[in-house]
Design a protein around this ligand. Sequence first.
Ligand code: SF4
Length: 420
Amino acid sequence: MSTPLRSLFSELPQTLIHKTDLMFRGVRYSESLGLATRAGASPGFWPYRKLLSNGQTETVTIPYMFRLADGGVARVRVDDASPLEVGGTPEEGYRLIENGATVASIGFVGRHAWQSRRTEDGIAPFAAGVSQLGDMIVVNAAPGCEYFRLDNGEGQSSRCCYCGYGRFDKRSEMLGQVPGEPALGADVYRRLGEVMKAVADSPEVRHVYLTGGSMTSPDAEAKRYLPIVETVRRAVGTRLRVTVGSGAVSGADSQRYRDAGADSCCYNLEVWDPEKFQRCCPGKSATVGRERWIEWLYAAVDVFGSRNVGSAFVAGLELRPPGRVMSDPEMLASILEGACTLMDHGVVPLYSPLWPVEHTVYKPEDGLNAALFLQLQVALYREREKRHAPVPGWIICPDCSYMLLEVDFDRALGLAPRIG
Ligand code: SF4
């Protein structure tokens, strides 16, 4: 694949450049994407709007994830300005094409059979709050986030500045979520249990991640998640690893999560710099606070064990308002300071690039560029290598790491066993 990344990072294996290109450049729409979904690829959440010759649009469901030649995965992102496109059919196989030339063979992650099941009252898994992310099952039974409703004192919401997905909308209504109320309806837990039993019978599934919108107090957050942990654990038995991705809760509540059946937790701090955290994540800042967030990550390590606690970050918030705008070297230094501090306390940090979405403070051009993201990943890899600390598979693995690069670095550069 011809790309400036190849010359900038000539020491990196081609597989890493290839995935980074797919993540950042995406592919133009082609009929092969629609064919792949109809032939069994797991569908993405955002369909493609195809412009027809009569000026109307047709909605086409496209796959969620590519399956790369090295066994890894990458998000299918459609950008009609991309020089890349997918050709081929389900029968002959698919290929990635650039300027008319095939540059790689490629596939798609398949839809698991449990996605066709319905609960006893006829509800689809997605409407019960369950979706497939490669081999990971994401449970989001309460997507509405209270930070969207919480005033920041200046007449604006307290949501995280890059977030466009936590508002109370049709999905939260469909799930019966009541604003301000931690508990969910009895039907929600019952349906969730039914779906998760079917999930546990699927050999392709390896781990479960519980997530959702935030409550405005850590106590309420724990009250929200505890019955979800119990329901999921009861349904999946001992086969699947279950991780709680709530906001940070106290050590005592982390212990309650564990007693309820969680194996690990992930409390996402989002940005390390104190002022940026306060400005970019006003809800988290007001309801928990940075110092307590970090203290509770360490308390969770005492409960779940070293490297059984994670924290996700959005790399690139440092380069744009709100808050002080850093230079590229300042951003890298701040992120690395955070990563090293957390790793040395047994916490696993993970970094996705800032992807501007609609209805946020960011414009499309505000996103982190591919070269800087790779530069960051090289530096993070060196720190993991020094500590002999590959990213553990419970939090993210080659079969679900569709928007991150850490596991790909670990595999490609020898810190973790290769798959396939
Ligand atoms: S906690 Fe932040 S990122 Fe998560 S849903 Fe709420 S506003 Fe969005």
